[in-house]
Design a protein around this ligand. Structure first.
Ligand SMILES: [Zn+2]
Ligand SMILES: [Zn+2]
Length: 276
């Protein structure tokens, strides 16, 4: 089976395996490993998916790369220290001691820490928009790869219990046909060997798209957007909450609040990208 062409840092997981092993929960009964069935699946993908980079439309790219060529891949910016210890907001300069940004000091956040793999700019931002709003599902291995590179080593360093994707409202899920957070979270759950649970928290109000709102409006908008799934209960579990993008932290904090009320011992957040 083909592997992704090694980008600059050479720490390339076999993204093809990630793509084929997407099924981590009982909600996705199609489970394929390195079997003839997987080969047929991959061959099928090659028929239906174009084999040219879907960003520049110039260079060759494979489905295992999420159809993003090596040159476009090199435009991705991973978030490196220094960043806010709480929300992960990156800072320029030489800060060597742990610090919290002024935003976090003023707010009551319900997650212990939020981290993102890359900045939501350029290639990454374009891919996320097209993945989410234009059903460009072939980008999924690319996005999962970004998250896994940053999140897997960090999560393995501590003991975590459950992966929870930020839920979509059922109306929105019907429109979009998938929850982008669940798709990405499933890759992470499989990579770190943790269960993915979508039956703890649900979205009860179909919040307007957050993009055009001010910071204050976003917080108002999502404060009561989530509720516990009836009958759900936790007893001290350490939860990894997963979403595609973190901007103000309002959405993830509101979701983390419900998980804490259910009895989660701690909630940390991982997202593919960080809006700046
Ligand atoms: Zn390209
Ligand atoms: Zn912060």
């Amino acid at each position: 089976m083909a592997t992704i062409a090694a980008p600059e840092d050479g720490r390339t997981p076999n993204v093809s395996r990630l793509l084929l092993g997407f099924a981590t929960t009982t909600r996705y009964p199609l489970r394929m490993t390195n079997t003839p069935l997987a080969e047929y699946f991959e061959a099928g993908l090659a028929l239906f998916y174009p084999r040219v980079c879907q960003i520049c439309k110039l260079a060759r790219a494979t489905p295992e790369q999420g159809l993003v060529c090596a040159k476009c891949w090199s435009g991705v910016r991973f978030i490196r220290a220094p960043f806010c210890a709480r929300c992960g907001l990156p800072y320029e300069g030489d800060i060597t001691t742990p610090f919290e940004c002024s935003n976090c000091r003023d707010m009551e956040l319900h997650f212990s820490s939020a981290r993102s793999a890359v900045t939501a700019k350029g290639v990454t931002l374009e891919v996320i928009h097209r993945f989410k709003y234009s059903n460009a599902l072939w980008f999924e291995p690319f996005l999962a790869d970004l998250l896994l590179r940053a999140a897997v080593p960090a999560l393995r360093a501590e003991k975590w219990d459950i992966i929870v994707p930020v839920p979509l409202h059922p109306t929105k899920k019907r429109e979009r046909e998938f929850n982008q957070a669940t798709r990405i979270a499933a890759h992470l759950a499989r990579a770190v060997g943790l269960p993915l649970n979508e039956n703890l928290v649900r979205r009860v109000t179909p919040t307007r798209t957050q993009t055009l709102l001010t910071k204050k409006q976003r917080w108002e908008n999502v404060r009561r957007a989530f509720a516990a799934v009836p009958g759900a209960k936790l007893s001290g579990e350490r939860i990894v909450l997963v979403d595609d993008v973190l901007t103000t932290g309002a959405t993830t904090s509101a979701c983390a609040r419900v998980l804490r009320e259910l009895g989660a011992g701690e909630v940390c957040v991982w997202t593919v990208a960080r809006g700046l």
